[in-house]
Design a protein around this ligand. Sequence first.
Ligand code: ADP
Length: 676
Amino acid sequence: MEDNQGERWLYSEVLRSRGHHVIATADAESAWTSFVVTPFPLVVLDLVLPSADGLDLCRRIRAHALGADPVILVVTGKRDPNVIQESLDAGADDYLAKPLDLALLNLRLAVAEREVILKRERRTDQDRVTAQAEETRALLANLDEVIFSLDPRSNSLMRVSPAAGRIVGRSSTELLADKSLWRTLLYPHEVEVREQELTAGVNRTIVHRWQIRLPTGDSRWVEVAVKGARDEAGKLVRVDGVLSDVTEAQRSQDELAARNQELMTLYRISEVTLTATSTERAYEEILEELSKATGFSIAAILRFDAEHDRLVLTAGWGMPAGMARVDMPVHDSLAGVVVRTGQPVAEFNAGACQQMANDLLQGLGIQTYLAFPMVVSQEVVGALIFAHTDAMEPDRRLVRWAGSLANGVAQFIDRVAAQEALRDSEQGYRRLAEELQQANQELERFAYSVSHDLRAPLRTMQGFAHALIQNFGDRLPGEARDYAQRIIASGQQSEILIRDLLAYSRLSFEGLELQPVALAKVVAAAREQLEGDLREAHADIAVEGELPQVLGQTTTLVQVVANLISNAIKFVPVGGHPRIRLRAEEGDRWVRLWVQDNGIGIPPGQEDRIFRVFERLAEVGARPGTGIGLAIVRRGMERMGGRAGVETTEGGGSSFWLDIPRVEGAPRSAWLRKKS
Ligand code: ADP
């Protein structure tokens, strides 16, 4: 802009020669219009213009640079320093004094051009920074988390992202302005202990979770992760934090913990039902568990007495000792509604409830009252009550859970009733068995004493029969002597019978002490006892292989073995000679002793019968005996913890066996093992 045409031409030419595109104007107004259309980067301006003050144009351009921020070079004829200062104040970058020196003009233009380039570069940088800042702002605004920084020296909030408004319900401006507010919401004092870890130089992220209350009254769980930023010397200069809304996560965590707690309670209740020493104790422990788990100070089980239409207190927890009432009418009572309808009742303002007047808990100042039906086989058998003197907030989850607990308790009560019935009948059976055993023992003792007492008159009778024959034998008719002989023979027979019976019943109640016994010695003693019989019958008796040690009582064992050998001698076909073989087999728990003969054998199906008292088979014919020998064998073995039995031997004869307990820890004979 230059009003002087000559000078305008000069400037234009010089500028063009420097490669610029030039817009030349003669007055300020057209200059401003041109600038508004094309904001040029370099303005050469004559200070004294005809229509307007050059300084004014200068200011306008500066004020409305339209992003161009041009370099302004003022040309003035006045050399007054005040005027120069004024133009610089108005926004000029440089000045040139008239008259113009071409070389100086070129130099000044070169400086101005460099300035234009610098300005452009600065502008680009600035644009980039602005764009970045804008991106960061958009990012922070978009994030769900609140990002913030604290100044550890002044203990103040330096920055906080706009998400704060959404999560903690306060704008960043509010938080930045209020020291205590940001403290409570973003980083409360309780966390300061951990904050000290930051100052102590611990270089890791510290996470903390807490609950905040929003201005709306709602509460929310937030989690903050903070980390210290340090300078090169390691000094803490800033604390950066991210705060996120973890309400959902916390809720599911709480839900999970609650479910776990519910399961634990159910588990403990089932444990109690299995381990409690008595039903009363079990009820008490169950109610204690329920009270602990639900937070209700009172828990009670009420049984429904249908006959009298009343609810009777079965067990209570947290109730004052010696309660005035232990039952109440179903009608008019709150718990009665449960029994009548089969639906739970929840009263969170029980103090004002009419029906509490009739309740067992009346007078205890109950505010919260929950009652659940206890159902067994689709029938309401009672109610489970939870009560508290405080008003509690209605909690649907608690109500649902307590309801399921009520069912668990009902099942338990049902089971207890069944168990009690079973226990009663079991006890009955046991008592009966004991009575039976006692009666048996008494009978056996009676038989024993009768048998014992019979011996004396029998002997007297025999003695007199002998005396009759000895003293008057020659004077007696033959028939009378024969009678006397028969009395003696029957007497002998009776005596044998009594002896055997006594031996048998003694076995039933005499104490037996078991000791390691050499089986070989037992067999030898039995053979010695029967030496006469063996010789008389021309018996061939042999022991095959070794006989090990066993656990038993010597006398009883000798008697048992002797009875078997005696039978083997006795039950041979008429005119035959007995051939008896004894051998042992060793098993894990038993030593089996076999006594085999070549006798008349046992008909199939009779193997068990012959071991009973007085049982003799038809095959025995006139062979002597009482039918007690094998009964002694079986009972003797049983008393020693063993067994006895018989098998038919191939090719005739019988094989009796005895299973006698092994001596624990005794080595097993290699020979015997091979044989078995
Ligand atoms: P007893 O020998 O006094 O008849 P036991 O109780 O010893 O009474 O035997 C009962 C019955 O078993 C015998 O009467 C006989 O019928 C049968 N019995 C026992 N041992 C043998 C045997 N070794 N061979 C065949 N039958 C036998």
